[in-house]
Design a protein around this ligand. Sequence first.
Ligand code: PLP
Length: 236
Amino acid sequence: MSSQGVYDDIAENIAIVKDNIASSAIKSGRNPEDITLMAVTKTVDSDRINFALQSGISLIGENKVQEILKKSPELSITKQQIHMIGHLQRNKVNQVVPHVAMIQSVDSVRLAKEIAKKALALGENMPVLVQVNIGREENKSGFLAETLEEALFEMAEIEGIKIEGLMTIPPFVEKPEMARPYFSKMKALQVDIMAKKIDNISMNTLSMGMSMDYQQAILEGATLVRVGSSIFGKRN
Ligand SMILES: *Cc1c(COP(=O)(O)O)cnc(C)c1O
């Protein structure tokens, strides 16, 4: 099992995903280098993640604090290469902040404040993305589009975080094409907010698109795609 041959599919999958990213970027008139590929490593063991890191992956995303704490010491990676992408409880903030370069899942002002408090205690500023519930789903976290602007003005005042953009998980749809209206709404929000030029807020990152629909997300303006199963295979 020490042979890397057992993980050849991962290397091949990464190459395919990168090709797809490049062609979607070119189709939408953008430079492929302007799109960041994140490998989503939830439930994936450290050996396979390390193999991916040797095969062209330089950023990973986890959705549970527990998994970040467990795997971080086993990975050939720096904290600069790990983002938290899942719903974060305020009582886990102190544990996760020292181990990640960004928290993509800020879904309340209270959470933003808690993150800032810990970052400041470490003498840092934590980069964050603000999560938007673009499909208005009851079971999903994130700000509704109409509450976003007010929340951003409030969070812009918080010392200890740096808001760098927006993140979303659109509703599940039968065909990837059907997700495009959600992605284009996200792009419109990004453009609207940029135009407001709020102090301390940059809107450079638009994190959207997963295995099923990252190509559609790129066509609508994603700058960071979060791909799990298309790289590592189906999760159990
Ligand atoms: C699991 C997950 C992904 C990746 O999902 P795949 O369909 O496996 O690509 C992306 N973003 C978040 C927030 C996730 O939890």
